[in-house]
Design a protein around this ligand. Structure first.
Ligand code: SIN
Length: 344
């Protein structure tokens, strides 16, 4: 109390701008690369640029307006196209974020990321961050060098979201193109359009008007949403995703197991269906203790409980893979793993 009084007295002597700076929320920006940090020789190029060209300092310098409401610092986790983000990156980033958010001085964090696998990182953070403080994942569909690049405004919005109290307790969120999506449900829906991130069934939880976030609802928690403590996890097991189609061969499934997969996700057809001739291989894998989760290549809908395999519930194949990795990392076996996917 005494210290606060002294600080305020000094602040009054130094003028109101100092008071404003001293009271600004601290937001850490973890940069991983992607188009938001991408550069091209041509300012109309939105396909052949190099993702992950600019460092975090350059991203922050490009949006000086952020300093009007937040005290920001940058951490360069990686500077890659998001297909190169891997389990090692996710584990080390989550651990750094958990440590950071445990500090009373950190209000929230922003992760800048390529959009191609952004939903996987967002979902991973949603499952593993041990804090109610805001975690916001952001990217861009046009490189920083493009006419009408979307990264700067997206970054402004993301930092703003991470700096407001109303963003607490909502799980990880994706801030893109003036919308706020829940990391739990969001998916990339268009290969090039700036309006690409959406949760087609569950919808947006809010958005931004002139950089000011708003929410439609009070914070709500999805039913049966799991959480995993990764404090003592040093590696994640290998889980592969196989795509189902007419004429799908069972050989790739056998090869994946031979190659050391500890879990399999199949992007099945419809309600997670797979050809009759691969059922015996699936059954054998399950008998051998290798969980096989059947998700769907259909963009929306629930995959029911299956007799031979585990139905993925509302999780798409890439989100199912993350749940499976985290459950296996905890040493869980097929009966417990089924519970994570049965969401109804
Ligand atoms: C990437 O995912 O790194 C490239 C594409 C993008 O960021 O939009």
């Amino acid at each position: 109390m005494k210290i606060k009084t002294v600080v305020l007295a000094i602040a009054c002597l130094m003028g109101s701008s100092w008071v404003q700076a001293a009271e600004q929320p601290h937001v850490t920006i973890y940069a991983t690369g992607g188009t938001i940090a991408g550069a091209s020789k041509s300012n109309i190029d939105s396909t052949d640029y190099k993702a992950g060209s600019l460092g975090v300092d350059k991203l922050i310098q490009a949006v000086p307006e952020i300093k009007q409401f937040a005290d920001v610092s940058g951490v360069q986790i990686a500077n890659v196209g998001s297909p190169d983000v891997n389990q090692k990156t996710l584990l080390s980033m989550t651990k750094a974020i958990n440590k950071d958010l445990a500090k009373p001085s950190t209000h929230g964090v922003v992760v800048t990321h390529g959009t191609d696998t952004l939903e996987e990182t967002a979902f991973f953070l949603d499952m593993t961050v041990n804090s109610d403080k805001p975690v916001v994942i952001v990217g861009a569909m046009r490189p920083a060098t493009a006419i009408s690049a979307d990264g700067a405004m997206n970054l402004y919005d993301a930092v703003k979201l991470a700096s407001v109290d109303a963003a607490k307790g909502r799980g990880a969120m994706v801030a893109m193109n003036d919308r706020i999506s829940p990391a739990y449900y969001v998916t990339k829906t268009n290969t090039h359009a700036v309006e690409t991130f959406a949760a087609p069934e569950q919808g947006y939880i809010g958005g931004f008007i002139s950089g000011q976030p708003y929410f439609y609802y009070a914070d709500t928690k999805p039913i049966n949403k799991p959480h995993f403590d990764i404090t003592n996890v040093t590696t994640l097991p290998k889980v592969v995703i196989l795509y189902s189609y007419q004429d799908q061969s069972g050989e790739l499934l056998k090869d994946a197991i031979k190659d050391g997969a500890k879990g399999i996700v199949i992007a099945g057809t419809g309600d997670g269906s797979t050809p009759s001739w691969i059922q015996d291989t699936i059954k054998q894998a399950m008998k051998d203790g290798i969980p096989v989760v059947v998700a769907s290549r259909v963009p929306t809908g629930y995959v029911s409980t299956h007799e031979n395999a585990i139905g993925s519930g509302f999780y798409n194949p890439q989100k199912s893979k993350i749940i499976l990795e985290l459950a296996l990392a905890k040493g869980e076996k097929i009966p417990q793993i089924r519970h994570y996917f049965a969401q109804l």
